[in-house]
Design a protein around this ligand. Structure first.
Ligand code: NAP
Length: 277
């Protein structure tokens, strides 16, 4: 089994992003990503810092709006204000949200033209309709990795485990747009291992450490592991039991160092595209 190097793929996208930022600089535009952080959660703070580091590397500016236990109206106001600011080109809202506030209650406040993580339902609707839009960066990373690894998709069986609005559903739509034959699985799917074992390309976006074992894998399958599950020692593991699938799988994205770094670079690519428009 080959391990797919997400960091190397991200480095390639970073070089493209840096060149695009330089072109924009000639027109006096500095692409800027606004990030509303409605939580003091440490994992979220770590993730925001990692976006800021990656952004600084390619010349994208970030503007972080840190909120302390905000209500729905405050989050909506900050997203709307960033959306209205002509010097901000991309707007994202971090999770988790405070108790009682649902993501779908706030993300409609992000202008679809600046919705670089495809969070506004308008963006997902446009994706479903096959219209130009920003896809959620994690779902986009799944397909970008497959494309850069030259994994054929047209006519092949893709199985996505997970049907969330942020990952599973948009990943399935993007694979469909690549002409794969797509099956979407979830917690009610019967005989999950047998369905997964039909996949030429298997995408795990569940949030259950080690769920995907050898019996889920068709020999030679390419597996994209989106899951990020914290371990007691402060590390991260994916949804795939890498040791168990090793003898059967053709290729696997590791966790960490797989989907994550590519996701961040695509978020920045979308921000640069929004600034270019
Ligand atoms: P989510 O909203 O909790 O969705 C999980 C999905 O998995 C749901 O559709 C759920 O089914 C399904 N599921 C749960 N248990 C299952 C089981 N035993 N068998 C089959 N399906 C099962 O999670 P998410 O936001 O999509 O995130 C998924 C994972 O990706 C998490 O580990 C998250 O941390 C990670 N993630 C990674 C990145 C990255 O950049 N690498 C970005 C975002 C998320 P139901 O719909 O039936 O409940």
């Amino acid at each position: 089994m080959r391990l797919i190097d997400g960091r190397a793929i991200a480095a390639g996208i970073a070089a493209e992003n840096t060149a695009a930022v330089a072109e924009l600089a000639a027109t006096g535009v500095v692409p800027t990503l606004g990030i509303v952080v409605p939580t003091s959660d440490e994992a979220t703070a770590w993730y925001v810092r990692s976006i800021q580091r990656a952004a600084a590397k390619v010349g994208v500016q970030t503007r972080v709006v840190q909120l302390s236990n905000p209500d729905r109206a405050e989050i909506v106001k900050q997203l709307a204000d960033l959306s209205a600011d002509p010097n901000v080109h991309g707007v994202i809202c971090q999770t988790p949200l405070p108790d009682g506030v649902a993501l779908e209650d706030v993300v409609a406040a992000i202008d679809p033209a600046k919705d670089v993580d495809g969070a506004n339902p308008v963006s997902l609707g446009r994706l479903a309709a096959g219209l130009p839009t920003y896809s959620p960066a994690t779902a986009a990373a799944v397909v970008e990795i497959l494309r850069r690894e030259e994994v054929p998709l047209a006519g092949r069986r893709a199985v996505v485990v997970g049907r969330s609005t942020v990952v599973g559903k948009p990943a399935a739509l993007l694979l469909l747009a690549e002409h794969a034959t797509v099956t979407v699985c979830h917690s009610r799917t019967q005989d999950l291992p047998a369905v997964c074992a039909e996949a030429d390309v298997l995408v795990a976006a569940v949030g259950r450490a080690g769920l995907i074992g050898a019996d889920y894998v068709k020999p030679g399958a390419v597996i994209i592991d989106v899951g990020t599950n914290p371990t007691p020692d402060g590390g991260l593991v994916g949804d795939v039991d890498a040791e168990a699938v090793k003898p059967r799988a053709g290729a696997l994205t590791p966790v960490p160092g797989g989907v994550g770094p590519v996701t961040t670079m695509l978020l920045l690519r979308h921000t640069i595209q929004a600034a270019t428009r």
